[in-house]
Design a protein around this ligand. Sequence first.
Ligand code: NAD
Ligand code: LMR
Length: 324
Amino acid sequence: MTINIAVTGAAGQIGYALLFRLASGALAANQPVSLRLLEVTPALPALDGVEMELRDCAFPLLREIIKTDDAETAFADADVVFLVGARPRGPGMERKDLLEANAAIFSAQGKALNAAAKKTVKIIAVGNPANTNCLIARANAPDLPDSAFSAMTRLDHNRAIAALADKTNNPLSAIRQVMIWGNHSATQYPDLHHASVAGAAALSLVDEAWYQNTYIPEVQQRGAAIIKARGASSAASAASAALDHMRDWHNGETAADDVLSMAIVSSGQYDISPGLVYSYPVRTSGGAATVVENLPINDFSRARMQASEQELIEERDAVRHLLP
Ligand code: NAD
Ligand code: LMR
């Protein structure tokens, strides 16, 4: 059966890195793909060019391309939605500076998702500030379940794994149970207390000062480091992480000895305020993502988890006027 995939901001940087992989079948092997591409009206000519290139790839699984500036058209019968379209931050900006600029987009798109998408839709918010954008969309889509909504912290998760593998001189495949808690922002908490490297506790292999003073801030600030170096925000790695997130959610099975990181609508797990879109360790199975519960949390972790929760509460309060 054809999978209907909607992508907003399809003519942007991340769109350009994402669409060709989706069209090649990287989300769901052997499943025909219909791409529904949403852009603002002035970007539609650029989207024509992207469509030409997609067609020129002659991807056997790509059955349909719909380009539109109307959100309900893009989301009609969508199975999977990538909410990418938003303004990215430039040098010196924090993600929360984007809050006002992008909040209005996500409230309109929440309403359109509610009206048009399948009730079984899976949605990932990538556009920043991703967690709060997701919360806004969620609040504007009363007929969809909480479980339809997620925001991306998989890029942070992948960064955290890559940095640990590098530090310990191990292959990526040796790393298990790295997890990101909280907001996709500088308050996110990359937690190594449950992580292992080739079967050994990660924190027994690195010194505490490195973990606290180098590793955590580097993962938290990686997006800013890329903006500084490239003059533009991460795009290929963001697209790759969005694909990882959706592939694993759509039909992945997380190994029993591992976790993924995904921001979901909290129902109070780990005493986080219900309704916030908060990144948790999850496992996916049968098309559902489930928070891994009952992990022991020490005071160091608890303080960082709460700091990120507090930032999300402040973000939510700043956009209250857009929440019905
Ligand atoms: P970009 O500026 O290259 O592309 C964004 C596209 O969105 C543009 O083509 C723009 O026309 C379009 N757009 C704007 N408003 C729209 C709307 N209302 N409907 C549809 N399309 C709209 O930006 P990018 O580099 O592709 O980044 C997109 C977003 O993703 C930014 O907010 C960026 O900060 C964020 N991002 C998130 C992560 C993450 O880990 N969560 C990582 C990287 C980037
Ligand atoms: C990232 O983490 O690379 C993105 O969220 C872009 C940014 O603004 O940091």
